[in-house]
Design a binder for this molecule. Structure first.
Ligand SMILES: [Zn+2]
Length: 428
């Protein structure tokens, strides 16, 4: 049953859309139908949309992760005890046994690094159609060919295992295991395709890995340009990308390696941070997810719109990059005492200009006055602070101390975040 759903979804997933008009038409129809269902089955949304007509869905109140988690029991459209689901997900995380379910529902925690942990509840039917969708977006060649697909993940997901067949085999590599052990296993398994967090691929590239696959996909972490270049040149392949989060599958790359939003399964509205630069928070409305509906949900991520159409001919919006999340933005004090936001991209540029020989880095804002920069390799000699100095003066902020220390991150179950702000006392 679920395999059939996977295959149906695979064939129904369009390879490209010719025009924006055709996308909007599909979305309008699908959202209206979905809204009707959600209003009837989710007490939370029913209350939230009181006074709004279905046709006003584009203006429905916006929700966030905290709202969603606080109201999860009322928000879901199925008869399931959220407290029990939470206990189950915690247990699975500890035991690394992810086969447990409540009825036909899989419960998962997002591997968030700060604040609220996200919880997601998906039905078997949703999993199967998701898998078909991801295969359509990720496979690059026919579903009828033989494929050995390796997934390096922080938590197993029966999404993929459920659709393994004689032709398509999924192999799962648990990041809880020592990373070199994983590398050895991947080498021996003779994969066609590898789906892996970019920090792990970057580590493999540094090690001079001999992994040879036909298709390489970055997933689960934000892909940075420096990593992309390193990984592509080492493995001699275009690095494809699945951009996803607990909230859904937001985007995937086309054959040209450009990241398109998955506008055939969700509407992505923009909350501008800086319209001129194309920076925005996506507000997503997923019209496929029924168990835990995601409607007018503001993500913390900051996307950079490319403002151009892709040469591949697909009209789905292209984003240049995923810049990070709100808590990746540094907060510095202006001379008048107000707060100035410094986006990760600016920090990244300043760090990379410290030396030509930097192969990796992490930058953490520890306090309003202190930024710690970890650099790889050790002993880089003279470091230039010019780019930082320029940044502070253009932004007219009080210059913080930039402290350089040893690079200590090792790829593991901890998600790599290169640039982030620690919570400090003056913070919210
Ligand atoms: Zn494209």
């Amino acid at each position: 049953m679920s395999k059939l759903a996977t295959i149906i979804r695979y064939f129904r997933t369009p390879k490209r859309f010719k025009s924006r008009r055709s996308i909007v038409k599909l979305q309008e129809k699908a959202v209206k139908k979905h809204i009707k269902f959600v209003r009837q089955n989710s007490p939370f949304y029913q209350k939230l949309w009181d006074g709004y007509d279905d046709s006003q869905w584009r203006e429905f109140p916006i929700i966030e992760k905290s709202t969603m988690m606080e109201n999860l029991q009322e928000l879901i459209t199925v008869d399931l005890d959220v407290a029990q689901a939470k206990r189950l997900a915690e247990k699975a995380e500890k035991s690394r046994d992810f086969s447990s379910k409540i009825g036909p529902y899989s419960i998962g925690f997002s591997s968030g690094t700060s604040g609220f942990r996200g919880m997601h509840i998906v039905s078997e039917a949703e999993q199967a159609t998701w898998a078909g969708f991801m295969l359509a977006r990720g496979l690059g060649s026919s579903i009828f060919k033989k494929h050995r697909i390796g997934l390096v993940l922080r938590a197993n997901s029966n999404t993929y295992e459920s659709i393994g067949s004689s032709r398509i085999k999924f192999l799962f590599y648990d990041l809880m295991k020592p990373i070199d052990e994983l590398h050895e296993a991947i080498l021996n398994d003779n994969l066609d395709m590898l789906i892996c967090p970019p920090s792990v691929l970057s580590y493999f590239a540094d090690k001079g890995s001999k992994i040879a696959v036909k298709r390489l996909v970055s997933a689960a972490e934000v892909l940075e340009e420096t990593d992309r270049q390193k990984i592509e040149s080492h493995f001699g392949l275009t690095l494809h990308q699945f951009y996803s989060s607990t909230e859904g599958e937001i985007g995937a790359t086309c054959e040209l390696g450009k990241l398109h939003l998955n506008e055939d399964i969700m509407v992505v509205q923009k909350e501008w941070i800086d319209e001129e630069k194309g920076w925005y928070h996506p507000i997503i409305t997923d019209f496929r997810r029924k168990t835990q509906p995601i409607i007018r949900y503001r993500m913390n991520d900051i996307l950079v719109s490319s403002k151009t159409t892709c040469m591949c001919g697909d009209a789905r919006e292209v984003i240049n990059s995923v810049m990070g999340r709100s808590d990746d933005v540094f907060h510095l004090e202006k001379l008048d005492g107000s707060i100035e936001m410094i986006v990760p991209d600016l920090v990244r540029r300043a760090v990379m200009q410290m030396s030509d020989e930097i192969t990796d880095y992490i930058a953490i804002q520890k306090s309003p006055e202190l930024i710690q920069v970890q650099l790889k390799p050790d002993g880089l000699g003279e470091l230039s602070m010019t780019a930082f100095d320029d940044l502070w003066s253009t932004k007219a902020v009080r210059p913080p101390i930039v402290e350089v220390t040893k690079y200590i991150h090792i790829p593991s179950t901890t998600k790599l975040r290169r640039i982030y702000r620690e919570k400090f006392s003056s913070d919210d």
